[in-house]
Design a protein around this ligand. Structure first.
Ligand SMILES: [Zn+2]
Length: 348
């Protein structure tokens, strides 16, 4: 063979090895003792054993390990067991994800507090708030044990986290993202979720979102609607938001919708029942209403004296959360008013 012949063979070899490398399957994912092959979806549980207590600890985990490399996105729901909108958002997103066409890995924990989800309760059976137990402890309460397993075996390996919530008992929230706006990668997730309303804050100590950010995992919360009900609008918005984030992270290709401008609330305040003015509460303003100082928000009527106490806005802003009509007592939070709004369209 002359030198052109050798060169030809060399070039062919180069092309063939390149093609082989490109076609090389993506490495499988090792997670919680399981092996998930590229292009495969699997559903199992974070804690699997056959003790009495295990049924209280079990948290389902669904994973879709894409055929192509990319980031690991984690979706969590029902840390508060009665916040079921998020469970359905997580279910829809996972059901629609084809691992054959996915770049990266989607890990869904659709009901971290499975115990509370099954019983329709916010807290665990021992009445602890799982969302104050992170990063958890292997030898603590059941909240600490679940938090430890989820956090240290799953969450710390995520490249991004979306935690799905609703308002708590007898309240409703305007669909909103909660994020530490000073943490730029988290703020980018918040903007690309595309729900338009962003509430700034780190979140309480021991909450999954705050501890995840402290561990270097960009994280946001989507809060929408009320507990104990499936609400189609809030679910559809949440599903769209997660899909927006998957597109932003390059995990799926789709018709990237125009991301709306986000309104960022740097501060918010609660309007509470004044001392001695408990009774039957009737709101007049709605979620999302923009209010000015002194605007009428609703009233409380004392059923013994028929005295009517007007509830007026103590600040200007937008109603981002509120109580539903119910019996209320002194100090009960009626309206959550977002303030110090700034519009954000920065793209960097
Ligand atoms: Zn919650």
């Amino acid at each position: 063979m002359d030198r052109y012949g050798y060169l030809y063979v060399f070039m062919v070899l180069l092309i063939v090895t390149g093609a082989v490398r490109a076609a090389e399957p993506r490495a499988p994912l090792e997670l919680l003792g399981r092996t998930v092959e590229a292009g495969e979806s699997l559903k199992f549980s974070v804690i699997e054993d056959d003790s009495f207590e295990a049924s209280y600890l079990d948290a389902p985990l669904w994973v879709a390990h894409g055929n192509r490399s990319g980031p690991k996105l984690c979706i969590t729901a029902a840390i508060h067991g009665d916040e079921i909108n998020g469970v359905e958002i997580a279910r829809r997103v996972f059901a629609a994800t084809d691992p054959d066409r996915l770049s990266g890995t989607l890990i869904v924990l659709p009901a971290i507090n499975a115990d509370g989800f099954r019983t329709g309760r916010r807290y665990l059976s021992d009445r602890r708030d799982l969302n104050r137990a992170f990063p958890g402890k292997a030898n603590g309460s059941i909240a600490a044990i679940i938090a430890n397993a989820v956090f240290n075996k799953v969450i710390v390996n995520c490249d991004a986290l979306v935690d799905l919530h609703t308002a708590s008992f007898h309240r409703a929230n305007l669909p909103q993202i909660r994020v530490d706006t000073t943490h730029q990668p988290s703020f980018e997730l918040a903007r690309h979720f595309g729900v338009g309303i962003i509430i700034d804050g780190r979140g309480p100590s021991g909450s999954l979102r705050r501890e995840a950010v402290d561990a270097g995992v960009p994280a946001i919360i989507y809060e929408a609607g009320e507990p104990l009900r499936f609400q189609e609008q809030e679910i559809a918005r949440g599903e769209r938001g997660v899909v927006n984030i998957m597109e932003f992270l390059g995990m799926i290709s789709g018709i990237q919708e125009e991301i709306p401008l986000s309104q960022v609330f740097k501060r918010s305040s609660w309007v509470r029942v004044p001392p001695g003015q408990g009774g039957f509460f009737f709101p007049e303003a709605e979620l999302g209403t923009k209010v000015t100082l002194g605007a009428r928000l609703g009233y409380v009527v004392d059923p013994l004296t028929d005295t009517r106490y007007e509830i007026d806005a103590p600040v200007s802003g937008q109603i981002i959360g509120m109580a539903v009509p119910q019996v209320v007592l002194s100090g009960y939070a009626l309206f959550h008013v977002g303030q110090s709004m700034v519009e954000s369209d920065q793209d960097d």
